[in-house]
Ligand binder design. Structure first.
Ligand code: NDP
Length: 419
């Protein structure tokens, strides 16, 4: 029996909320709060009569700590699930601390305005010291560790698929398969086709920023940064087939390097089709990916926000997308003195997801782990206080929940390795 406040009502939140409503006896009351209340009301209406969960809705601007505190104090939830945007992570964490409530999210903090001089100065120092230049990193949220510990609260960071399930796969490999892990390759393949020449699978602003940034990986205790999309490999994915994939920077590399320190190399690859890459390069070259406002005919516009308005809403891709995703981790290392390899992954079908929750597999593979992470916190399976990423918790009950609620694992001990 618990009360949960979900902040955000976009593609991922829609799936997470629908899945919460499928779990008997845990998510007894849910409040869906977001900037546009009409979206929360529409979802609540759609769920009416299909679930025992008592759903209410609210409007909140999650950039405003006072508004959040007022809402949390009024609703008195056991957990706040932040499924808005990474821009709101810190304000929601502040509000949770003030109200004494556990927190979770699906992506680590990044600022909305990367030209803000105060943020920029800290960012540039971090780039010099750490050696990677992504706009997002864990330092902002790790800075809350002591505050959450002292308050006796838990903040669970990045509980989607990647980050999220990929780290649970790493914890599982460490617990059950290896004495020592040498290398981790995280492979994220979307073999789906939505029929558009160009569209992003989740929030376009967050997605395009991530993909157009330099890539980086962890090797022998340091970051190696490379120009965007400059390391390409081909891989034959189970149930999907051959795809080109590119090395990207990704947030879980940072926490895995800290939490499994013996690992010599951690890389992240994501598949992209040629059409997507050509469009993105062109948009970048003409300045459409910029977050710096420009004056256009007397109006101030942010190019990437304008582009977001032109692109298909990721939520609208659901009914059109066919094919499967395949996301997982390949490990090399040793067990009982012998060299071994291991690959654990999930295959998810876009059309099956749409049939179940009216959303494609990208939202599904993020929303289901968010619900399962909340389930771990609410049922006392994950109780560690402080600010933690998924690999720091016991992977077994989480992976069991994923198996049960729609993202079952597959595994092989003889994977083809990525060179
Ligand atoms: P959407 O853009 O579809 O939804 C974001 C939601 O947050 C919208 O409902 C939006 O409201 C709301 N929101 C935005 N700003 C505010 C604000 N200031 N106050 C209140 N509500 C606000 O995003 P997605 O659902 O695609 O992504 C959600 C999160 O999941 C993101 O953080 C994303 O990075 C993360 N993600 C994580 C993945 C993983 O595997 N870990 C994979 C994919 C996404 P409005 O309707 O008014 O715009």
């Amino acid at each position: 029996m618990s009360r949960v406040l979900v902040i955000g009502c976009g593609g991922v939140a829609n799936v997470a909320i629908r899945k919460c409503c499928q779990v008997d006896g845990v998510f007894t009351e849910l409040c869906i709060a977001s900037r546009t209340k009409a979206k929360c009301d529409a979802l609540a209406e759609d769920l009416k009569g299909t679930t025992k969960t008592k759903i209410t809705t609210a409007r909140v601007n999650a950039d405003d700590v006072r508004e959040l505190v007022a809402l949390i104090k009024n609703y008195k939830p056991d957990l706040v699930m932040n499924i808005a945007l990474p821009y709101q992570d810190l304000t929601i964490m502040d509000a949770c601390l003030e109200c004494g409530v556990n927190y979770m999210d699906t992506a680590n903090y990044e600022p909305e305005d990367t030209d803000d001089p105060e943020w920029r100065a800290i960012y540039e120092k971090r780039c010099r010291e750490k050696g990677f230049s992504a706009y997002f990193d864990y330092s902002w949220q790790w800075a809350y560790r002591e505050k959450f510990e002292k308050a006796g609260l838990t903040a669970l960071l990045g509980c989607g698929f990647d980050p999220g399930v990929t780290q649970a796969y790493c914890a599982y490999a460490k617990k059950h398969e290896f004495d020592e892990i040498d290398t981790i390759d995280i492979l994220d393949c979307n073999g789906g086709d939505h029929g558009y020449a160009f569209a992003t699978n989740f929030n376009p602003e967050v997605n395009l920023r991530e993909v157009s940034a330099p890539g980086s990986y962890w090797e022998d205790g340091r970051w190696i940064e490379i120009p965007a999309m400059s390391i390409k490999r081909e891989y034959d994915f189970d149930k999907v087939g051959h795809k080109d994939m590119y090395l990207l920077h990704h947030e879980e590399i940072e926490s895995l390097a800290e939490n499994i320190p013996e690992v010599k190399r951690i890389r992240f690859f994501m598949t992209f089709g040629q059409s997507y890459l050509t469009h993105m390069k062109c948009l970048e070259n003409v300045g459409m990916l910029s977050t710096t406002p420009i004056n256009f005919e007397g109006h101030e516009i942010v190019p990437i926000k304008f582009l977001k308005a032109l692109l298909p809403d990721p939520a609208s891709l659901g009914p059109r997308t066919k094919g499967k995703t395949n996301i997982g981790c390949i490990f090399t290392g040793r067990k009982d003195g012998r060299e071994k390899t291991y690959y654990i992954y999930n295959v998810c079908d876009h059309e099956e997801c749409y049939k179940e929750v009216k959303s494609q597999a990208i939202n599904y593979t993020t929303g289901v782990p968010a619900m399962c992470g909340a389930l771990m916190l609410l049922t006392g399976k994950w109780t560690e206080k402080g600010v933690h990423t998924v690999e720091e918790f016991d992977p077994d009950p989480f992976l069991d929940a994923l198996d049960k609620y729609g993202l079952p694992r597959s595994e092989t001990h003889e994977p083809v390795l990525v060179d």
